[in-house]
Design a protein around this ligand. Structure first.
Ligand code: 76U
Length: 470
């Protein structure tokens, strides 16, 4: 027989939970033994002075979870439950201190990070209108699993967009949408045998470099000259893949001239199975002169994999990026990833489609080009004004960051420490050096982003930089 009390002040929903909990605890603590018979629902209801329904609900729950079993016309019995070994009563404070996260307050901090975009002019109203259209027109698609590469309609609008803005030649079928350039490159490289040798620009996108190394690819940082990655070095590295940022080299900002582009394309076709990954991460921002056509637009041999992102033109939190695969790699992708689950949020993707279709996207880029150009010029002017001959800037009118060299006897470690003290977010060249070490000849290179600093705060940011170097 089991004895416990029920608190009837609570409503009946809670009464069934109390019965369930009491019996469960009795079983777990061994007070009720395997194969013990439970009282009939009616008997227990009477004993506890509760409704039969409450007992029935409690028994049903215990049955569903496997604490009890039933024999037809005989009643309910306690299951023979395996006992836990090493079962602690409390689960509190088990997370080691080094895994705890400190919530960082960015109060008063100014950011010259290259990883941001500005939301101050983002047309959220139009974005929400596009979202409404997406909900209204795509309830069927939203309730289903999307195509592994992303909905065709969205790929079609991206395809038209990049044909227009970047001269990319492709079909919607070739586009693979995903939550981030790095994860798309990972997807692509998973198709490749480990013998693949990958050449990367040094300095370059270190996160991608580390990813490829962790994937066990032979990844070779390759030096650059004024025109970009040195083709002879690529050749010498034995690479059959080259990752490049020709429109605005990351992070130096250099634009690869046509001669080097052609050399690179010629490299790609001078042997079988050679490919170029063109990471076109911020080419939508080009000031003073016109946009530079993508490398992919010059490729007549299907050797360029083009990757693009909405992180810079819109905002990084959106997590929508895409790659364009040449037919041969597309076939391999389709075969390998028949069961791939699209990583982007389908509602955001359809919203993006209407945002592009309505012309809002292009309008936003135009607005942002103007906005960023003003901030870029102001930051450069202020730096030159404050630092005079002690700063030299790679003034390439493109993208959302530039490289600035400061004359100073201080070293990189010291500058990084001082940036924290001055409450300013900056990234030094150390972040981008893949393997070749930087010569610290009384110079420090910083990659300065101007997207997220308010125009009226630029002076203050430069003051803080000045303090760091003095
Ligand atoms: C992206 C380069 C070189 C692509 C980039 C970025 O994933 O599409 C940089 C750092 O938002 P995604 O990435 C776009 N290729 O610099 C944007 N910046 C990186 C991702 F946030 C970070 O770690 O220095």
């Amino acid at each position: 027989m089991i004895y416990f009390l029920i608190d009837k002040k609570l409503d009946s929903h809670f009464i069934y939970q109390q019965i369930y909990k009491e019996i469960k605890n009795n079983i777990l603590k061994g007070r009720m033994k395997p194969n013990d018979k439970l009282p009939s629902k009616r008997t227990l209801a009477k004993q506890l002075d509760v409704s039969v329904n409450s007992v029935m609900n409690a028994y049903d729950q215990l049955l569903a979870e496997g604490y009890i079993y039933t024999l037809e016309r005989k009643g309910y019995y306690v299951e023979n439950i395996t006992q836990f070994i090493n079962h602690k009563e409390s689960v509190k404070n088990t997370l080691p201190a080094d895994l705890r996260e400190t919530i960082f307050t960015s109060e008063g901090r100014l950011s010259l990070s290259h990883m941001t975009s500005s939301l101050s002019l983002f047309p959220f109203k139009e974005w929400l209108k596009s979202q409404e259209k997406a909900i209204k027109n795509h309830s069927k698609e939203l309730s289903e699993m999307p195509h592994p590469q992303g909905p065709y309609l969205v790929r079609k609008s991206i395809c038209q967009l990049i044909a227009l803005t970047r001269g990319v030649i492709c079909e919607p079928e070739q586009i693979v949408i995903g939550a981030g350039t790095k994860s798309l490159v990972r997807q692509l490289m998973e198709l490749r045998k480990k013998e693949t040798v990958i050449a990367m620009e040094d300095p370059g996108y270190s996160r991608l470099y580390h990813l490829l190394k962790k994937m066990n690819f032979d990844t070779r940082p390759v030096k650059m000259d004024k025109k970009g990655i040195i083709i002879e070095e690529v050749e010498r590295s034995g690479a059959n893949f080259a990752v490049v940022t020709p429109s605005h080299q990351f992070p130096t900002g250099k634009i690869m001239p046509i001669s080097r582009r052609i050399e690179l394309l010629n490299w790609s076709i001078s042997s079988d199975d050679r490919y170029i990954i063109e990471d076109d991460y911020d080419s939508e921002f080009k000031y003073e002169t016109d946009h530079i056509p993508s490398l992919q637009s010059l490729d007549r041999n299907h050797r360029v994999i083009y990757t693009g992102t909405f992180s810079k033109t819109m905002f990084p939190g959106l997590r929508i990026s895409y790659m364009v695969l040449p037919p041969k790699l597309l076939r391999a992708h389709r075969e390998y990833y028949a069961d791939l689950i699209q990583s982007c949020n389908t509602l955001s993707l359809f919203t993006l489609h209407y945002f592009i279709e309505s012309g809002e996207y292009i309008r936003h880029i135009k607005r942002m080009n103007h906005h960023y150009e003003i901030k870029r010029k102001k930051l450069i002017k202020e730096l030159q004004h404050r630092f005079k001959h002690k700063v030299s800037i790679e003034n390439v009118p493109a993208g959302l960051h530039f490289l600035a060299q400061f004359k100073t006897p201080l070293d990189y470690g010291e500058i990084e420490k001082r940036a924290i003290l001055e409450n300013i977010e900056i990234y030094t060249m150390r972040r981008f050096m893949l393997e070749h070490t930087i010569e610290e000849d009384n110079r420090i290179s910083l990659v300065l982003g101007f997207a997220n600093i308010q125009e009226e705060k630029i002076n203050e940011a430069v003051d803080r930089l000045h303090l760091m170097f003095s």
